[in-house]
Design a protein around this ligand. Structure first.
Ligand SMILES: Nc1ncnc2c1ncn2[C@@H]1O[C@H](COP(=O)(O)OP(=O)(O)OP(=O)(O)O)[C@@H](O)[C@H]1O
Length: 356
């Protein structure tokens, strides 16, 4: 089922949590709402669910107005960060719950419920744990059961609010990959709230980046990562360095670099900021050719397969951060305190309201 969100606004008292948000979620897609705390992700999810009503705007399911529909009529399944399973019920009974409380005329028979729960147990790969109680499961297993419980009633839409937020990093990683594979199998339209960029980039078909109650950008993971539409998106999706400068005679000049910027010829002397991701800064021993900036190595830190290098730009006290594969760092044999050259391989320049 497709979801259309048209011009939704929502305030709590005088605080505007959502400001005229519009979004289309095509049927069968897995969409991540990504943004910092307080950006309005959960509010939007709750409005889609019918747990909250908007002050203005409309929600359409498959093109039909659903704004006034009750939660029960919307056929949505939820998984929350702390979706407490029923403690006194086994895994089997937890998953079966939604089916057993259906009105008699639409309730499946016992045998049908049993088959369905077994199929779901297979789907979440917990076939052997049907008789356990929630307290006898790990956090990751509990969230898988919560997902199976949500899926048991065959929702048209699945809403997930930070479902892996309470789990440790390794389990989170496993579960998000598992969720991606699961979605490839079942294709239920899903909206997934997260503040974790990596999680969104890895799991979602499309990412909606939210900030202060508005959508900053939406697109495929590679679109939002490789072509951030705004400085906010650049900053939010991965570590980034800022180079401050000005536009002069059609060229953006920053930190001793000249960047040709024909589109910008009209914005003479406008302040400009160049954004470069840490992994797009190369370090060289000799800065042959243009485009390299002299810098001093201030700090080196190995993080798994990468080495983080803090560099102080020569002639200023500004620090930038480069990220190198470990073999590249080994080859360069960098030492703290020595002079090197930093070369931004890819820079995106934002001049006031528009970008180059
Ligand atoms: N029921 C409420 N009453 C008052 N303010 C609320 C209510 N619900 C949300 N807010 C406020 O609206 C803003 C957006 O909240 P929301 O939970 O949608 O953000 P979020 O992006 O999901 O953040 P988080 O990741 O921290 O959950 C926040 O400033 C929050 O304090």
């Amino acid at each position: 089922m497709s979801i259309e969100i048209e011009g939704i606004s929502k305030s709590f008292g005088t605080f505007a949590a959502l400001k005229n948000v519009s979004l289309k979620v095509p049927s069968g897609e897995l969409v991540a709402l990504l943004g910092p705390s307080g950006s309005g992700k959960t509010s939007l999810l709750r409005i889609i669910a019918g747990l909250e009503s908007p002050d203005s705007g409309r929600i359409l399911f498959d093109g039909e107005e659903a704004t006034k529909r009750q939660v029960q009529e919307r056929q949505v399944g939820f998984v929350f960060q702390h979706y407490a399973l029923f403690r006194h019920m086994t895994v089997f009974d937890n998953i079966a719950f939604g089916l057993t409380v259906k009105p008699k005329k639409s309730r499946p028979g016992k045998a049908e419920i049993r088959d369905k729960v077994h199929n779901l147990l297979k789907l979440i790969q917990l076939e052997n744990l049907a008789d356990r109680y929630p307290a006898q499961l790990s956090g990751g297993q509990r969230q898988r059961v919560a997902l199976a419980r949500a899926l048991a009633v065959e929702p048209q839409v699945l809403l997930l609010d930070e479902p892996f937020g309470a789990l440790d990093a390794k389990v989170r990683l496993e579960l998000r990959r598992w969720l991606r594979r699961l979605h490839d199998e079942i294709h239920v339209t899903s909206v997934f709230v997260t503040h974790d960029q990596e999680e969104a980039l890895e799991v979602a078909d499309r990412i909606v980046v939210m900030n202060e109650g508005r959508i900053e950008q939406e697109g495929t993971p590679s679109e939002v990562y490789d072509r951030p539409a705004t400085p906010f998106v650049y900053d939010f999706l991965g570590s980034v360095n800022l180079f401050h400068g000005r536009v002069h005679e059609g060229t953006a000049q920053m930190a001793g670099l000249d960047l040709s910027s024909p589109e910008n010829a009209s914005a003479q002397h406008a302040p400009a900021v160049g954004y470069v991701r840490s992994h797009d800064i190369a370090i060289e021993r000799d800065g042959n050719g243009s485009g390299a900036i002299k810098a001093e190595v201030r700090y080196l830190l190995s993080v798994g397969p990468l080495v983080r290098v803090d560099l102080v730009l020569s002639g200023s006290d500004r620090t930038i951060e480069a990220e190198l594969p470990r073999d590249e760092a080994d080859r360069l044999q960098l030492q703290v305190g020595e002079q090197v050259y930093a070369r931004p391989r890819k820079m995106r320049v934002f001049v006031e309201d528009y970008q180059i």
